[in-house]
Write a protein that binds this ligand. Structure first.
Ligand code: UD1
Ligand code: MG
Length: 457
């Protein structure tokens, strides 16, 4: 079986991004560009692609770790020079070498498979993946001979006016016969407008040696989109977003308005869930079936069971059990877990809270560092006073307890099973099970007092 290995070029500074961060670490739909490429290559069976690094190599090496092998290109002298840096690693290999650019995150694994298949079937020395773009500006143009075979690639800066009119471009993705790649690379010169060693020159060298050079034209030009600056980054985001949403819809998720729904690459959603506009689903968020999410839900790393509703709310690093209802206007912060059928209503701020099954926190409350049992009812305006200025303290409320409105629970404090706390109380001593606590001043009523005052004046 023909061996397959890959070299990914990522040594360039990406000057046009105007960023302190490495270009390929910029995210598209929540996932760094380079990860899309490495994940695809892994799907193709390449366990450790060779990454050519240069600018900010440490950041890239640290990010990818064991997922890749690295070679450094100290000076960025061009794409052919970049591939040359992998020479020693490639010398041990045979078969097909796939070369890609780190700034092209949109190729699907299927497209790469098709390219490899074509290359092998034609027994070509090189096969170049091309695309026909409505605006080819900036890309290398593909020059085809009268036989329609590829003669070479001309870079924008070296192209004549006639050549610039060609819309078929080099996507920067190629298959090479490994051995032939290595021999031709050493013949590439830097005699061109940019004084660089161009990888596409390998194509011309192979052709002049009577080698077979093939090109496969892509069906979906959206995949050919590269990222050199922020405008292209936003375009890549848009293409990827549509692709992600499309896949969820195919899987049985209703997306009311795909133009106003933002789902990152790592999110999973169960069937018959409906996603309303203005919703952002981020990180490792996992949503069950039959849920209603949004409008305006912003969820990061949230694990959600089935039949959950979240409207106009922000939830971070938390878990929501089956049938839970959140919002509108709740903020649930990290470390919270809402058990089955719990309800967290409007204007609730919550942090590191465990909310038992069927418990209700319907409106205007702060619940932080707290453990609430089953079927607890929390009245409007209740606050767990969890911070004494130095440390965070815990509040524990047992099953079936009832906390009236506007209660301060001054932690550490506990309310026993079935206990009641009267509205307006500030509680700083534990309330026993089935007990009743009231901690507020007794009301004084002065009959006719107002009238007497008014008469006096
Ligand atoms: C390159 C191709 C062009 C193609 C286009 C597709 C060449 C000469 N041109 O142009 O035909 O249409 O990609 O997007 O290959 N890199 C290195 N070391 C270097 C130079 C570049 O690692 O010395 C890396 C960059 O980090 C980048 C990739 O190679 O990931 C492409 O470099 P870039 O400068 O973006 O090339 P383009 O001008 O886009
Ligand atoms: Mg580029």
């Amino acid at each position: 079986m023909d061996q397959l290995q890959a070299v990914v070029l990522a040594a360039g500074q990406g000057t046009r991004m105007k960023s302190n961060k490495h270009k390929v670490l910029h995210k598209v739909c929540g996932k760094p560009m380079i990860d899309y490429i490495v994940d695809s290559l892994q799907e193709l069976g390449i366990k450790q692609p060779i990454i050519v690094t240069g600018y900010q190599s440490e950041a890239l090496e640290e990010h990818l770790g064991e997922r890749a092998l690295f070679v450094r290109q100290e000076e960025q002298l061009g794409t052919a020079h970049a591939v040359m840096q992998a020479k020693e690693l490639l010398a041990e290999k045979q078969g097909t070498t796939l070369v890609m650019h780190g700034d092209h995150p949109l190729f699907t694994t299927e497209t790469l498979e098709r390219l490899i298949h074509h290359h092998r079937e034609q027994e070509a020395a090189a096969t170049i993946l091309t695309a026909t773009l409505p605006d080819p500006t900036g890309y290398g143009r593909v020059i085809r001979g009268e036989d329609q075979l590829v003669d070479g690639v001309v870079e924008q800066k070296d192209a004549s006016e006639e050549e610039r009119a060609i819309c078929e471009v080099n996507t920067g993705t190629y298959c090479f016969d490994n051995e032939k790649l290595l021999t031709s690379l050493s013949q590439v010169s830097n005699d061109n407008a940019q004084g660089e060693y161009y990888l596409p020159d390998v194509i011309t060298i192979l052709r002049s040696g009577e080698e077979r050079v093939e090109a496969t034209l892509m069906d979906d030009v959206n995949e050919a989109h590269g990222v050199n600056h922020r405008v292209q980054l936003a375009e890549a985001e848009k293409i990827m977003r549509r692709r992600i949403l499309h896949q969820h819809m195919v899987n049985g998720v209703t997306i009311i308005d795909p133009d106003n729904t933002y789902v990152e690459a790592g999110v999973t959603i169960g069937s018959d869930t409906v996603i309303h506009p203005g919703t952002h689903l981020r990180g490792a968020t996992k949503i069950g079936s039959d849920c209603t999410i949004g409008p305006q839900a912003d969820l990061t790393n949230v694990v959600i069971a089935d039949s959950v509703t979240v409207q106009y709310s922000v939830v971070l690093d938390s878990q929501l059990g089956e049938g839970v209802n959140v919002g509108p206007y709740a903020r649930i912060r990290p470390g919270s877990k809402l058990e089955k059928q719990a309800k967290v209503g409007c204007f609730i701020d919550m942090k590191n809270a465990h909310i038992g099954e069927g418990t209700k926190v319907p409106h205007h409350a702060y619940i932080g560092d707290a453990k609430l049992g089953k079927k607890v009812n929390i009245g409007c305006g209740t606050i767990t006073v969890n911070y004494d200025g130095r440390k965070k303290q815990q509040t524990v409320i047992a099953d079936g307890a009832f906390v009236g409105c506007n209660v301060n629970l001054i932690a550490p404090v506990s309310v026993g099973e079935g206990a009641y706390v009267a509205a307006g109380s500030s509680i700083n001593q534990d309330v026993p099970a089935d007990g009743f606590a009231i901690a507020r001043q007794r009301q004084t009523v002065k009959p006719q007092y107002v009238k007497r005052m008014k008469d006096k004046l």
